[in-house]
Design a binder for this molecule. Structure first.
Ligand SMILES: Nc1ncnc2c1ncn2[C@@H]1O[C@H](COP(=O)(O)OP(=O)(O)OP(=O)(O)O)[C@@H](O)[C@H]1O
Ligand SMILES: [Mg+2]
Length: 268
């Protein structure tokens, strides 16, 4: 499957006016007999991180792929920066749930590849790729191939690649699921720093309620079969507190509990 960060053409046509960077308008998706998504309407703003949370199979990856332009909706439309999406584009970068690295290319080449497609000169893209490789804790692994890395390390290559291309919209499908708890917490801080500094639009998927509450400005709970929006929660975390204090805060724990109550009905 093509990574939209690696695709040259913008794949979008002009049409609309609204200031949300990404608008999901009445999206429905059927795969044959399976109704994966029904009537999804959402807006995503710059500088905000929105998490899609819901049971396995509720359509989170499907929705990200439709926003990425990798899969068409059955009906409805996606608007990015005021234009209707008709395919992938360089302003949207995707971190895939299953890594999607090029197996024949080194870590350095994988991370730099989106920049290579943008036509960036070799020295410059190597410099940028090395910076992000270091940021995700893979310095020294630049010349390794994906099969020489653990699952969590491959996932970090995918994260570095998405961050390096400097896209407006980051679509992150369970990017930390294969990473150990210590690194996961470090990445959560890195992610929050990126949201704060880079004013991009983040659409994030996780199965961890705690992670969702910790990193999100907004959490969209989806119900399964068909995937529909069941609840929208803004955790309103006080980011001036320390990570430990946030995780112990009664307000934080209340939101975790509220979401757990909202999701437990779907436990199988
Ligand atoms: N390419 C496909 N062909 C047919 N059915 C599909 C396809 N991709 C997804 N589905 C179905 O659509 C539904 C939603 O799948 P999706 O992968 O979007 O769920 P998800 O919420 O990302 O799940 P998970 O949490 O397990 O990653 C599921 O019922 C799945 O079987
Ligand atoms: Mg998924």
């Amino acid at each position: 499957m093509a990574n939209p960060a690696l695709v040259r053409s913008s794949g979008i046509n002009p049409i609309t006016t609204s200031d949300a960077v990404v608008q999901v308008r009445d999206i429905c998706k059927n795969y044959g007999d399976i109704e994966a998504l029904r009537g999804i309407n959402l807006e995503f703003e710059r500088g905000k991180l929105t998490t899609l949370l819901g049971p396995s199979g509720c359509g989170k990856t499907t929705l990200l792929k439709i926003i990425a332009g990798l899969v068409p909706g059955t009906s409805g439309e996606i608007i990015v920066n005021g234009r209707v999406v008709t395919g992938p584009g360089p302003e949207r970068a995707f971190v895939f749930q299953d890594f999607a690295l090029m197996p024949w290319a080194t870590v350095l080449r994988n991370v730099a590849f989106g920049l290579e497609l943008k036509g960036m000169a070799s020295a410059e893209r190597t410099r940028i790729a090395r910076r992000y490789i270091e940021q995700v804790g893979l310095a020294g692994f630049e010349e390794k191939y994906p099969h020489e890395l653990s699952g969590g390390m491959r996932q970090r290559v995918g994260i570095a690649r998405a961050f390096a291309v400097n896209a407006d919209v980051l679509l992150l499908d369970e990017p930390f699921s294969a990473v150990d708890e210590q690194n996961r917490r470090k990445f959560q801080e890195d992610l929050l720093q990126l949201v704060e500094q880079e004013k991009k639009t983040f659409i994030f998927v996780t199965h961890s309620i705690e992670e969702a509450v910790y990193v999100s400005d907004r959490i969209v709970l989806l119900s399964p079969r068909p995937g529909r929006i069941s609840q929208i929660i803004d955790p309103m975390i006080d980011r001036s507190a320390t990570p430990d204090d946030i995780r112990r805060d009664a307000g934080y724990l209340d939101v975790v509990e509220e979401i757990w109550q909202g999701l437990r009905q779907y436990a199988e």
